[in-house]
Design a protein around this ligand. Structure first.
Ligand code: AHG
Ligand code: MN
Ligand code: MN
Length: 339
């Protein structure tokens, strides 16, 4: 421990190297770190809900027991409101922009988060996560916030990251200068630098997709799937299928081992084209991280980071992971478009 770098130390070192980074950014990050520790504490007790009280009950402190995703959302909103660095925030769980309450200090950053990703896995003790994405407003601080201040393309992100509540708790993020991973040492309550300068292998042997939706997919998407199941020039055996159903966990495994995560659009509900995942709180932050680690992220054809959102909760198909694998998907979709 004496020799190890904590996440806060890492940020302070980084702050010295980047003149535009201010102490406010570090304060914002510190609140994210504290929120992560609070959420981790509750996640680790999730299996005890039946022992400690059902959701909706009142616990011994007189507080209502909340569902974990609601709890995570409240923690993030409460902590981040007080960091003094934000002009506003947004959450996957809230339809509209969340304003900073009157009387609290504000700043120029905008954060959007997915408080608990993979929430269908909570009751089965399977890894879940939190995703965050940070922008800086474009209009002057003392003017009214405009939609263009938060509907920014992914390439304008100042930082993005996730917390993975897994067999250990990790925080992985980028500020545009590579990707670093920090693991929570529960004995001292600090995130310590455990995975410096993470790089995703150029090609992987894993594909992650909900293949149960096979019959909802179009021909090019079926061709994409066939590619990863086939034995090709560069692959002696088919890719292995690994799908947890928590984007953070599937993404993190692929980042470490190499591979591709896919959530294509499908024809389950024609009124909702564009897949399930949300551009701003899921796809764009993962795209920023993966590109900083040497990988790629597209909607099949377009680079995710180039897409300008039209609204906060816009959905987008997502193909993210090892460079060669995501390129191959682009080739297949492009050829289909030109045919
Ligand atoms: P959330 O729990 O934040 O709503 O996100 C769930 C997402 C994502 O984590 C996962 O990759 C995907 O939904 C799984 O969807 P399917 O069950 O349709 O495969
Ligand atoms: Mn999610
Ligand atoms: Mn969620």
């Amino acid at each position: 421990m004496a020799q190890q770098i904590t996440v806060t130390e890492h940020l302070l070192l980084h702050q010295k190297q980047v003149p535009m980074a201010t102490g406010r950014f570090t304060r914002l990050f510190n609140e994210l770190i504290l929120s992560a520790k609070i959420i981790q504490r509750e996640v680790s007790k999730a299996g005890l809900v039946d022992v400690l009280g059902f959701t909706g009950d009142v616990n011994v402190q007189g507080e209502e027991v909340k569902k974990l995703d609601e709890f995570a959302n409240r923690v993030l909103i409460h902590r981040l409101s007080r960091c003094g660095a934000l002009c506003a925030m947004a959450s996957e769980e809230n339809a509209d922009i969340i304003e900073i309450p009157d009387g609290l200090p504000t700043g120029d950053y905008f954060v959007i988060f997915d408080p608990l990703d993979g929430s269908s896995n909570i009751d089965a003790n399977v890894s879940i996560g939190t995703i965050f994405s940070i922008y800086r407003r474009k209009s002057p601080s003392d003017t009214r916030l405009l939609a263009s201040d938060y509907l920014q393309r992914g390439s304008d992100q100042v930082a993005a990251g996730y917390i993975l509540y897994g067999s250990s708790c990790m925080m992985v993020f980028t500020t545009g200068d590579g990707v670093n991973g920090f693991t929570l040492d529960p004995s001292v309550g600090e995130f310590l630098l455990s995975h410096p300068n993470l790089r995703i292998p150029e090609q992987g042997n894993i594909y992650s997709v909900n293949e149960g939706y096979y019959h909802y997919w179009d021909k090019p998407t079926l061709d994409v799937l066939a590619h990863f199941k086939a034995v090709g020039m560069s692959r002696k055996k088919p890719c292995s299928l690994r799908y947890i159903g928590s984007l953070v966990s599937d993404f993190h495994r692929n980042l470490v081992y190499g591979g591709i995560f896919m959530y294509p659009s499908d024809n389950r509900d024609p009124s909702k084209p564009g897949g399930k995942l949300r551009l701003m709180c899921e796809a764009a932050p993962m795209a920023f991280i993966v590109e900083q680690a040497g990988g790629l992220a597209t909607d099949g054809v377009r680079r995710i980071l180039d897409i300008v959102p039209e609204h906060l909760h816009q959905r987008v198909p997502l193909f993210v992971g090892s460079r060669f694998d995501v390129e191959k998907v682009r080739e297949i979709y492009t050829a289909a478009q030109q045919a």
